[in-house]
Ligand binder design. Structure first.
Ligand code: ZN
Length: 287
């Protein structure tokens, strides 16, 4: 049974109740990380729930930690992974134990999640600035939004670029949007709709709507059939140009984000460098 991912619809939610659907003793073969732990002789317990607020590692964002509790026991979540659409909460019992079918309460470590969400949103904020300043660079969806040196990557060339000027320009655009307190909201849409408003589209299973994160002043994003005029205006606005700042930015993304870009507080560009056919832009958020 697939785990229901509550953070997809509300990334600010940090608690939920859930039902234990499995306490597996054997990990699936494609769960390489747990195999690594086992090969090092580390024994961890695993809990599978019907739904969760815990973010499993992926999409360039690290996993959440926290606790899962009930009157019967307390489980410390040290790592969260997803394989075959099933989230595995990996950790140890501080006391007691759980049984299948019983109800538990999940609580995500708020401080760690907030840091990850700020860094993740900041990566997409950099991308929003790059989309305007360097529209010919193609974004590579493999961003790295970890606290130890986050970056975003593009296909393109730095030849003839004034890197210092570019660094200042990106910082300036980002600072303006942080100061403006641009909103972050969620839309669900199919791939065809995504193609109209986003530069980079992930592979999605046919017919399954994907989640799009929207930065910028929120207004109705209706599918074309229902509201063609507004949608095409929106599609144009989302592409932007040097002389026409993008009012919104749309990002197909399954990660967690902050609710408002002001929560990033400050963003600096650490480094811009060429790596083969790719350009890597390292950034940091205010501590
Ligand atoms: Zn993302």
């Amino acid at each position: 049974m697939e785990t229901k991912l509550l953070y997809l619809e509300d990334f600010t939610r940090l608690t939920c109740d859930a039902k234990i659907v499995g306490i597996p003793r054997e990990m699936p073969e494609n769960d390489s990380h747990t195999y690594t732990m086992r090969s090092h002789g580390i024994c961890m317990d695993v809990l599978i729930l019907n739904q969760t607020v815990f973010y499993p590692q992926g999409g360039g964002q690290p996993y959440d930690t926290g606790v899962i509790e009930s009157p019967a026991g307390k489980f410390v979540v040290e790592e969260v992974r997803m394989a075959d659409n099933i989230v595995r909460h990996i950790g140890h019992f501080e006391h007691g134990a759980f049984a299948e079918g019983k109800r538990v309460e999940c609580r995500v470590d708020a401080e760690r999640r907030l840091l990850h969400s700020r860094i993740h949103s900041a990566g997409h904020l950099v991308d929003w600035a790059v989309a305007e300043l360097k529209p010919v660079w193609t974004p590579d969806p493999r961003g790295y939004h970890y606290p130890n040196g986050p970056y975003v990557t593009y296909t393109g060339s730095l030849q003839g670029e004034d890197k210092e000027k570019l660094k200042n320009d990106i910082e300036e655009v980002c600072s303006r949007r942080i100061a403006a307190g641009e909103e972050v909201s969620i839309r669900f849409m199919n791939q065809e709709e995504m193609k109209k408003i986003s530069r980079s589209i992930p592979d999605l299973p046919d017919g399954k709507p994907g989640r799009v994160i929207m930065f910028g002043r929120a207004f109705d994003v209706s599918p074309p059939r229902r509201n063609p005029e507004k949608f095409s205006t929106l599609a144009r606005a989302s592409r932007g140009s040097l002389n026409f700042p993008m009012k919104q930015c749309f990002i197909p993304c399954g990660g967690t984000h902050i609710r408002n870009l002001s929560e990033i507080r400050g963003l600096t560009i650490r480094k811009i460098k060429q790596e083969g056919a790719n350009i890597r832009i390292g950034y940091d958020v205010a501590s």
